[in-house]
Design a binder for this molecule. Sequence first.
Ligand SMILES: C[S@@+](CC[C@H](N)C(=O)[O-])C[C@H]1O[C@@H](n2cnc3c(N)ncnc32)[C@H](O)[C@@H]1O
Length: 175
Amino acid sequence: MSGEPYIASEDSALLRGALAAYSGDSCLEIGAGNGGNLLELAKRFRTVVGTDLVRPSMTDWRRDTNFVLTDRAACLRGSCFDLVAFNPPYLDGDETGDVAVEGGRPLEAPKAFLSEAFRAVNSGGKVVFLVNDGTDVEELRAACEERGFALRLLDSRRIFFEVLSVYEAAKRSEG
Ligand SMILES: C[S@@+](CC[C@H](N)C(=O)[O-])C[C@H]1O[C@@H](n2cnc3c(N)ncnc32)[C@H](O)[C@@H]1O
């Protein structure tokens, strides 16, 4: 496994732009990389937590946010966050061992991150995530529906050879 932190890129910026519309008490970013999105979230959330397998090389997040080295959100209690965000490793495969970009079998990382986000988010909370156009969004939508969440597209942009999209999963209102 590579120990190199993910350097924020166009995908990070697209997710960060979408996250600017959210506020609340507590939020979590699973796979927070170098912590840049956490700083954005700290402007509108009181408690901000990021997790990753890799230690960040930047330190500016330390002032206002918390960073935990853990597998997804394994060490955190469930149902505590108003917002859970993620931008999972977006390439299929595990040939280089670089967990920042390689997510194993097709959909393995997005589905595992999504399932952990559903565990971590509180009952009125939302999940916001970024995927590329190689991702079977209908399969993710089905996983959302199964948990009582509706999926909607927030933003989408072509960047070089791929289209990146940000989605929000929000609990369906009863009745
Ligand atoms: C595409 S990068 C996104 C980084 C950051 N969120 C951003 O938007 O710039 C995916 C991140 O997920 C992390 N990651 C991969 N597998 C993980 C796991 N099982 N638990 C926690 N983080 C993981 C990687 O180390 C990497 O920092």
